[in-house]
Design a protein around this ligand. Structure first.
Ligand SMILES: [Zn+2]
Length: 366
């Protein structure tokens, strides 16, 4: 992290309940309130006090490394999370514990969510979209997860994703079928309407305003039902068999490529791996980091460079570096997340086999 001062004047009061929240920044009054020294660089930190609510805060309050013992790990871990390593491998590389990596991954995931929400287009979408489901699992192969992803057909920009729990299907031995029945008796069965509901929620978030949309998908039977739930959209739905050759001429190439890159970049989504996600919540954090990296950092073409998917989708004019993405902390009360993404932010995504939720209940470090 940079040791340079973050700002000339603090941008806003960090207190969620401060009466100055609704006022223009120019009217907000604050005073300098000394400084403190700390072990990690930058060593001298300026403190402030809000004149409206009296809350003390510092320059550090506005850094993404707020309250971290090893702030220097945040940017390298962002790269490592999309560098196809398991948490323990990453931890060994940085002489940290796997819990430290998990904690940083969760923070990076939350930051990535807010970052994407501030930049993603909320109006008319000017390109055809591709939608597909990426299958993985949490805890064990008895608990498959389907990640529904929407990608721009021309830009390859990832507009967002939601997820559904699935019932284990496919070829199973008699013993495996018996085990599935036992688990379903004890932990319940996933909602069979989840795919339809989550795809509808995703498209409603990606295209919140009335508009015409061209959507390319495979022949999944839940998609037409999901589209019927979206009265505000005029969708031209084009389907293609999932058995079609997955070349660059395939209309679903953008989302097929994203699927490949997710498995290439994230150790937890590889087949036959021991680095699979034990909790879906953790997989969501990693996937949000991946979405931001893929859309804003990675070049559209590694060979030619020149532009990122976000630049092609006219979301921004230049490539974002990881350091720039992490330059300033974002607050969940200044960026409003859509309802379907809020549970992932607050750590409320359940895993059937693990009763205890690791909800994110920090009072200040949110
Ligand atoms: Zn205040």
């Amino acid at each position: 992290m940079s040791a340079a001062p973050l700002f000339e004047r603090p941008p806003h009061c960090p207190n969620e309940r401060c009466p100055s929240r609704g006022e223009p920044t120019a009217c907000w009054r604050w005073v300098r309130a000394g400084c403190f020294r700390r072990l990690a660089a930058p060593h001298r930190i300026q403190r402030f006090r809000c004149d409206h609510c009296g809350r003390h805060f510092s320059e550090q309050t506005f850094r993404t490394s707020y309250w971290l013992k090893r702030p220097e790990l945040l940017a390298p871990l962002f790269h490592d999370l999309v560098g196809c390593s398991g948490f323990r491998q990453i931890a060994r590389k940085h002489a940290a514990s796997p819990q430290t990596v998990a904690l940083h991954a969760a923070r990076l995931g939350r930051h990535a969510q807010l970052f994407h929400e501030t930049l993603r287009p909320k109006g008319e979408i000017r390109e055809p979209l591709c939608l597909d489901g990426l299958q993985s699992f949490e805890f064990s192969q008895y608990h498959p997860t389907l990640y529904h992803v929407v990608v721009g057909q021309r830009s390859h920009y990832c507009y967002g994703f939601t997820h559904s729990e699935l019932r284990r299907s496919g070829r199973m031995t008699t013993r495996q079928k018996r085990r599935r029945a036992e688990l379903e008796r004890e932990f319940g069965r996933p909602d069979p309407r989840s795919v339809e509901r989550e795809v509808a929620r995703l498209l409603a978030v990606v295209a919140p305003t009335p508009q015409a949309l061209e959507l390319h998908t495979d022949e999944h039977t839940d998609y037409p039902r999901a589209l019927r739930r979206l009265a505000h959209l005029q969708v031209t739905h084009r389907t293609l068999s999932s058995r079609s050759a997955r070349t660059s001429r395939n209309p679903l190439f953008a989302v097929n490529l994203l699927d490949l890159l997710v498995r290439h970049s994230g150790a937890n989504h590889k087949r036959e791996t021991i680095a699979f996600s034990k909790r879906r919540q953790s997989a969501l954090s990693r996937l949000w980091v991946f979405v931001v990296w893929r859309s804003y950092v990675k070049w559209f073409s590694e060979r030619r460079g020149r532009e990122t998917p976000a630049m092609r989708a006219a979301v921004c004019a230049q490539r974002w570096s990881v350091e720039r993405i992490l330059a300033q902390r974002l607050f969940p009360w200044t960026v409003t997340l859509p309802a379907c993404w809020r549970d992932a932010y607050w750590g409320l995504t359940p895993t059937r086999r693990i009763r205890q939720l690791r909800a994110h209940r920090a009072r200040y470090a949110v």
